[in-house]
Structure formats: C-alpha cells, structure tokens
Design a protein around this ligand. Structure first.
Ligand code: PGA
Length: 251
C-alpha cells in the first residue's frame, strides 16, 4: 500500500529561530491529521540540525531541499547526502523546478544526486513537471515522461521503494493558479502508467505521487480525493503551521 504524504517545502524562507518555531507549531498540531498521513518538512540546510532535535520522536519527518551530485571533497558550498543523513534527515527533495530553472539542475545530475541520496539511506522526493509554454503546446505528457525516464529509469524496483514522485506544474508553483483536479489526476495516472511500464503494475501501485503547485487548505481535499494523487508538496502554505496541517487534514 502506498503512503499518503503531505510535505512542506519551505524553500529559502525563515531564519533558523523562525524555522524552529514553525517546526514546533507543526508538531503541536500534527495530532489533528489522520495517522495514515506521513508528515514531512523540508527546510534549508542551516535549519536541519536544530530541526532534527525538534522533530525527534515525533511523527514529522525531516527533509532537505537538495543535495550535492558528488560524494565529498573539493566542492565548495555543496552539501553531501552523507552530511544530510548525519544531520538527521530522512528525505531530500531533488529536481525541484526552481533548481532546474535557476541552478542548472539537469536530469543527468539528478541521477547522480538520487544515487548518492539512496546510497546514504535517504528517501528521495523527485520532482517533475512542465512549464507553461510546454503545457500550452500540449507537450506536458512528453516532458514529464522524459523526466521520469531520464532519472527514475536508472534505478531498480527495489530503489523505487525509497522514491516519492512529486508532480509540480511549473505554472502552478507560487502563482496561486492550481491545476484542476482533473488535470492533476490525468497526469498522475499517466506517471503511474509510465512507472508501471518499467517497474511493473505492483511497484507503480506502491509508489506515492504527490501534487505540488499552489496547494492550499481550500483546494487540497478535491486534489487528494483523486485516485492517483497521494498527497502534496506544499510551498507557500507550509509556512503557516495551521495551513499546512489543515491541508494534511484534508484526507
Ligand atoms: P507552492 O510551491 O505551494 O508555493 O506553489 C510548491 C512547491 O514549489 O513545492
């Protein structure tokens, strides 16, 4: 059975003390969400050690937002998967569209990052999604299929168990414009079919596929009711503990 997941992606927001307060508030409210929902917060590197302390023994897992595509060594400014694991992370987001768009993250780099994350015991939240131009040109299925094939297809069915897919249409991120439940369900089903073609029907059934892009308390229930949407990757609304938990309560 695949997991329901609601993950907050804080991006480059909050100072360390603010992040600690936000995490404490999430923990405090976390009991409201159904036990079957895995809660995750993804925070900046500077926040991970103090947050690991706050989240220890709670139902809220800790994630990074990125990791290096190299194991270790002379890569100034980078943070390795081993470092993340040692800081107390259970997950890392990889391939977020903001990293693809602003920091030259390629599918080839994502294969390396995913490989290193898994080798260090981290679960991966792998992001895919098309931009507005691609959507308007009707290329969204092709774009997402290529992202899945270029990255995910390099791994085994066993490794797939440690990977969560997040579909995030770039045009819906931070814009207030959400994909309709029908649009989201259509592409989630397509992603599951693509995964099934390579890894088999059961492996695809067991893979959690999250929706991201202006997900908020007012639209989460409709999205989460779709059969192939297994939760959300939440940006802006994750910066308020009440909203984040209200989304988690939409199941
Ligand atoms: P948003 O961001 O919820 O602010 O649109 C989602 C994301 O980028 O993960």
């Amino acid at each position: 059975m695949r997991k329901k997941i609601v993950a907050g992606n804080w991006k480059m927001n909050t100072t360390v003390p603010e992040g600690v307060e936000l995490a404490k508030a999430v923990v405090e409210l976390s009991g409201k969400a159904d036990e079957s929902v895995q809660l995750i917060v993804a925070a900046p590197f500077t926040h991970l050690c103090p947050l690991a302390e706050v989240l220890k023994g709670t139902r809220v897992a800790l994630s990074a937002e990125n990791c290096a595509d190299k194991e270790k060594g002379a890569y100034t400014g980078e943070v390795s998967a081993a470092m993340l694991a040692s800081a107390g992370c259970g997950y890392t987001i990889l391939g977020h569209s903001e990293r693809r768009q602003y920091y030259g993250e390629t599918d080839a780099k994502l294969v390396e990052k995913t490989r290193l994350a898994l080798a260090n015991g981290l679960k991966v939240i792998l992001c895919v999604g098309e931009n507005l131009e691609e959507r308007e040109a009707g290329k969204h299925f092709d774009v997402v299929e290529a992202q899945i094939k270029n990255v995910l297809f390099n791994f085994s069915a066993e490794e797939l168990k440690e990977i969560v897919i997040a579909y995030e249409p770039v045009w819906a991120i931070g814009t207030g414009k959400t994909a309709t439940a029908e649009q989201a369900q259509e592409i989630h089903a397509f992603i599951r079919k693509t995964v099934a073609a390579k890894f088999g029907a059961q492996a695809a059934e067991d893979t959690s596929i999250l929706y991201g892009g202006s997900c908020k308390p007012s639209n989460a229930a409709e999205l989460f009711a779709c059969p192939d949407i297994d939760g959300g990757l939440i940006g802006g609304a994750a910066l308020k503990a009440e909203d984040f938990i209200a989304i988690a309560c939409s199941y």
